[in-house]
Design a protein. Sequence first.
Length: 256
Amino acid sequence: MFNAWIDRAEELAERFRTASPFPLLVIDDFLDTATARALLAEFPAPDAMPRSRDYVFGNKHELSSVAEQGPTSRAFYDALMGPEFQRFISTLTGTELFVDPAFHGGGFHQSGDGGFLDTHVDFNMHPLHPDWKRTLNVLLYLNEDWRPEYDGRLLVKNGADGETRAIEPLFNRGLIMVTDDRTYHGFARMSLPPGVTRKSIATYAYELVPEGSVVARTTGWAPEAAGVFKRTFARHYDRAVRIKTRVLGSATAKNR
């Protein structure tokens, strides 16, 4: 399923570590072309996907049940769970990693006209596993015939005031990136014609750490060109999530 890059982890590790603006790796032709197209054919329609819980900070739909969408989706899920991919990401980072089998907060992501995701850093500890520290985001874009005027580029920067790098969401392009408290990312509001959506599949890799050794935090939003309400909400978002979790339970917490 994966192309030749899967056997080049040691070689690609240097490129990953020295990438700008933080450790990441862009992999074109992530899957063989036939598999990527079959995966796209199984991509759910937007109205079959729940709206994400990004509140005022985003406009996208997401569905975590990748393995249930068809035979190619199941095979893709199994490949991400398999020892070959685990070995690759562990070699890439120099840390023993594993992919979350529940795709909590990940899976199919899709945004149509007006879709956006404000700049943010991701939560650091899995909401349901207090000894799982989130280390990598793994993204696969499935946007055939994507035009520059659609934009939808993932904007990444090291720190809220860092220099921005733009990564186009091209068809069969993979992105593996470190996630920590300085890896800000998001995409600007898009203007898309009818029938066109920005599609990706996201999963997250974790490392095991002693429970209580890392102070947990939720998604940290840093919306740009935002009004007073959104800036205030972003500043107090972590506290609001903690209160909500105490009232409703951690199972309702959402990844970004």
